[in-house]
Design a protein. Structure first.
Length: 110
């Protein structure tokens, strides 16, 4: 298990914006990311086509980072993905109580 204080940054943005989030996070010190694809939007903003609700596609980016850099990573993501504009996305940070599989050393010790 990884020692120290870690946080999970979860960012949900419109489809094809995941790479913008990843690039910003890496520039701010994050070492990697996982991208998931999803659907959905705010309850009051659901568009319809012929009366059928359409759920826009989303990129969900997960970054596990040391807590010491979580604020700077989130700020970089917010700026690069223009999260201050309505409808562009959301980013949130959760504390990690433990993690297995986060590689930080050299392969000689694995």
């Amino acid at each position: 298990m990884v020692e120290g204080s870690w946080s999970l940054i979860i960012t949900i943005v419109n489809k094809d914006w995941g790479n913008v989030v990843i690039d910003a996070a890496k520039e701010a010190g994050a070492k990697g990311a996982t991208v998931l694809h999803g659907r959905g939007c705010g309850a009051e903003n659901i568009p319809h086509l012929f009366g059928i609700p359409i759920e826009p596609e989303k990129d969900i980016v997960l970054n596990a980072v040391p807590t010491s850099i979580s604020q700077q990573v989130m700020e970089a993501i917010a700026k690069s993905a223009a999260l201050c504009k309505p409808g562009t996305g959301i980013s949130l940070c959760l504390p990690l109580s433990g993690a297995v599989g986060l590689f930080q050393g050299d392969l000689q010790n694995c």
